[in-house]
Structure formats: C-alpha cells, structure tokens
Design a protein around this ligand. Sequence first.
Ligand code: TRP
Length: 332
Amino acid sequence: MTRKKSLTGIKPTGTPHLGNIIGAIQPALELAKTYDTNYFIADAHALTSVTDPNELRQHTFEVAATWLALGLDPTQSTFYRQSDIAEDFELAWIFSCLTPKGLMNRAHAYKGFVDTATEAGSKDPDSQVNMGLFSYPVLMAADIILYSADVVPVGQDQKQHVEIARDIATKFNNLYGEILTVPEPLIEKEVATLPGLDHRKMSKSYNNTISLFVSDDELLKQIKKFTTDSVEPGETRDPKDVPIYTLIEAIASKEVSEHVANNLLEGKIRWGDIKELLFEQIKEQFGPAREKYSELQSNRGYVDEVLAQGAVKAQSQAVLLMDQVRKAVGLR
Ligand code: TRP
C-alpha cells in the first residue's frame, strides 16, 4: 500500500525556539511513522525579509540542525533546501499566471502589513511590501504541490496559505486535467500554543522565547525570566490558570506534572522550585537533542552533505510532476 505524502517547511528567519519545537517540529516529525514525509527549509521565502546573506546562511544552518537534532532521519524522509530545487520557482511562475490578484489581496500576511501601515497613517499602505511578500502564497503553493503532498502540517496561522494552494491546484486541474494533488492542511488540535516568558504566545516577534540550544546557564537564565506573581502563604491555584504549568505539562513527565499540579492545588507554591523543575525537565527531555545540536555545530560539513543528498532526492520527485505540468500548459 502506498503511503500518503506529508510535507512541511520552516522559514529560516531565526533559531527555532521551544514553542516552534513543541508546537510544530515534533508533531511534524511524528508523521514520519505513517506518511511519506518531505521536510524543507524555506530559504527563498525568508528572502522576503532577510537581506543579509550571512544571516540567511546562519539561520538556514540552525533550522537544518534543529530538525536533525530532534530526530529527522534523512534516509527515511526527504530533507532539503527549497532553493536547491529550481522546478519550484518555475511552477510558482505558472501558478502566478493562474492566480487572481484579488486572492493575494486577501491573504492575511499581506493584509497585516497593509493594516499596520494604514494605522500608522502611511500614504502608501504598500510601501513596506515587496513582490515576494505579496506573492508568498503562490510560491508556497508550488512548494506543496510540486511534491504532490496530500497533507501539510501547519499552525493555524498558515491554514489560509494551504487553502490558497488548494484553490490554485483546483483551478489548474479544471483548466488542464487532473494532474495536481489538492493538499489539505493538517492542524494539530492538541498542540496548545505555548506561553512565552511574558505569558503571551511564545514567539520571536514578542521576544519572549526560550531557546534550547544554549548552555545550561543560559537556559536557566531564560527560565528565571518567566513572569510570576506573588502568592500569599497557603494560597491555591488552579493549574490550568497558571502559565508556567502549561510548559511543565508540555515537557515534564507525567509524575512531575502531577506533582506540580497537586502543589498548586494544595497551596504549596514556590515559583523558584517550579522553575528549577522546568529546567531539570527540559534538560532531561531534550538532553540528546541538545547534545546532537552541538555536535552538528562543529560539523557543518555534514549538514551541508545531508542537504545536498536531500536535494537530489527531492529533485527526482519534482521532475516527474514538472514534466507533466509543462506539457499540460503547452510549454513543451
Ligand atoms: N509559510 C511557512 C511559515 O512561515 C513556511 C512555508 C513555506 C511552508 N512553504 C511551505 C510551510 C510549504 C508548509 C508548506 O511558517
């Protein structure tokens, strides 16, 4: 029986943090057990906002090393850099020619920029928008459809992009015949968004993240910054109203989370102790990953080699579909 195909990418605009790892990377890696999986680094998408080449290379390495450290097996999955596959850009152009401009006007990411500029009183709400950003969803549709992905595991914020990919694939098929697989978003419901140090969603843009791939000292320092309030002696708390408990629950063993939950319910609350526990649990659960990451840091050549081999594999998948697409539209 052939397995279905799952595909997902991460844009290298920063080092993945604990929220990315628990909310996106680990659930996506789980899928390798039941799907054929493609994982890629969306470096061309990062170009819409990163203009420093060294920064782009550094973040690309960090994202690649994060996937590998967390257990991506490049012999089981196809793991590559988006920009290594020229067919992706060719397909994106063909899709551009089928995509109504109005569909892009309604894309959340673009609208977000326009709204921000409008609120700031800008005369030209498009002034901060480059064409790469505007047509971002078209390239994303090509990323997905080029490999005939059935499902795309993404966060809620990317759901609209996958729906745009569905619209584009459907339109293509109506025009040229049933050639493209219409993808579906796969949103993991269980994955609660992790709270950051200030209790808002953990996100690079809020500067409230916990990085895993740092020294123990730095890890502890970050955890200590988690905002906590003062409690009266004997005061009790419902664990579900306690942000740091959400982290404990997502990371710690069952015994440890139950222990913490009981302490909160019984009024034995010492934030310092809870932070110390969180630190210990992160070290325990992510020990091998952190070790692997630092190994990869001193062996960048290995990461390059893995990506180069992944590109060969990805391209062998891409050429088959591109051949059909070119013929269908009349470019051959
Ligand atoms: N837009 C995604 C993000 O910012 C990254 C991405 C690019 C992606 N192409 C993709 C995700 C294709 C899934 C499938 O997170």
